[in-house]
Write a protein that binds this ligand. Sequence first.
Ligand SMILES: NC(=O)c1ccc[n+]([C@@H]2O[C@H](COP(=O)([O-])OP(=O)(O)OC[C@H]3O[C@@H](n4cnc5c(N)ncnc54)[C@H](OP(=O)(O)O)[C@@H]3O)[C@@H](O)[C@H]2O)c1
Length: 430
Amino acid sequence: MSESLKVAVAGLGNVGVGVVKILEEHKELIAERAGREIVIKAVCARNHNVDRGVDLSGYIWVADATTLADMDDVDIVVELIGGEDGIAFEAAKNTLNKKKSLVTANKAMVAHHGAELADLAQDNGVALRYEAAVAGGIPIIKAIGEGLAANKLSQVYGIMNGTTNYMLTHMESRGLSYDEILEEVEELGYLEADPALDLDGIDAAHKLAILSSVAFGTKTDFDNVYIEGIRKIQGVDIEYAKELGYRIKLLGMTKFEDGNLSQRVHPVMIDRNLPIAGVMDGFNALVVDGDYIDRTFYQGRGAGEGPTASAVVADIIDIARGHSGPAFFKPAAKLVSANPVSINARKGAYYVRLHVKDEAGVIADITAGLKSASVSVETMLQKGSEQDGTVYVVITTHETTETAIKDALNRINELSSVIENPLSIRIENL
Ligand SMILES: NC(=O)c1ccc[n+]([C@@H]2O[C@H](COP(=O)([O-])OP(=O)(O)OC[C@H]3O[C@@H](n4cnc5c(N)ncnc54)[C@H](OP(=O)(O)O)[C@@H]3O)[C@@H](O)[C@H]2O)c1
């Protein structure tokens, strides 16, 4: 067996501790598979005197993560601190500049600085690996970059945030309101330290930006991902979706055609019989379409100590085996800057939920608002009057445009009978 591969782990939180556990518990199995031993040399976190439930006494403790790569007997730095900039980014750049390979689970950093880091890795002749940054336990980066490498891919979409999928699942299965399920995920510790990352779709958008680059060879372009989260979804929408044969999911969707890249994260209504509509709780799922494989579907746990650490260790094993190809599966200099497609270019059907006073003429006014924006109605549902004299009116449209639906909703919102901002959800034909 050749010389051991020496690893420094920066960050000993959920994922960092998981990585230490796997590398110790599966030491022999991993050495066999990697063809060499993988040894932890040094570790780093903020607080030294914390019991993390693993024995760290055999490793050198380093206080400054940016210096790990300076150690002579460290071959790889594993960055598990988090954050798009700051110490994580500094440590990452220093690692690559010191000609050491970098493994990270940091989706925010790769989404924002992917192209720059890929350049640095290539210039220094080392590897940059980030499998754990997207959909934890699903090896989607390798599936796309290696397994599907013979295909021209047309689109990738999926459920990329387990917390919001859990919330939507339990709003439907247990009839919980948004506020009730939010309280539950807070108590369960499922939310990111900054809940906006989950609830506003930002976490999913980080992953989507990375997937776009892997699938299409474009430069990571997080700034042009259109992002909407799930905060406006109410129990009534979940119920109406069911009645209409749909299920609401928060999807990330990326498509590339003729140099144009459409990247969107927002709630969608999809046919409830689709495989992806049946992916519940904290699970993630991804669909990848390619010209020779048609469609592939992947499902698994998207986060958590075990699945995420498993992906990190797989990347370390990959490097131990000597695989050091380009980060986005083509030379960094060949990554292209795509033309971003605006959300306003979307064409399709929409679900619209209106909360209105239950009074004569309101339906006629709504219909007139839709008609003047050239939006035609496919179905209209109205459930009995609420005790407070208000009612929900739900409409699905025929195919229309994003600009037309916005125009219609602006007009309708001006009606005196409308008591809450109208909500629209895009209906996707997947
Ligand atoms: N958790 C998941 O399920 C998951 C899934 C996919 C990707 N990720 C990504 O994996 C990374 C780590 O996530 P996590 O959940 O393990 O985070 P975490 O539990 O918050 O752990 C972060 C670790 O970084 C350390 N740290 C913070 N600032 C530091 C500094 N200035 N210098 C050195 N160490 C510092 C912390 O030290 P102390 O412990 O001493 O405070 C802690 O050990 C993030 O990029 C995250 O987005 C996580």
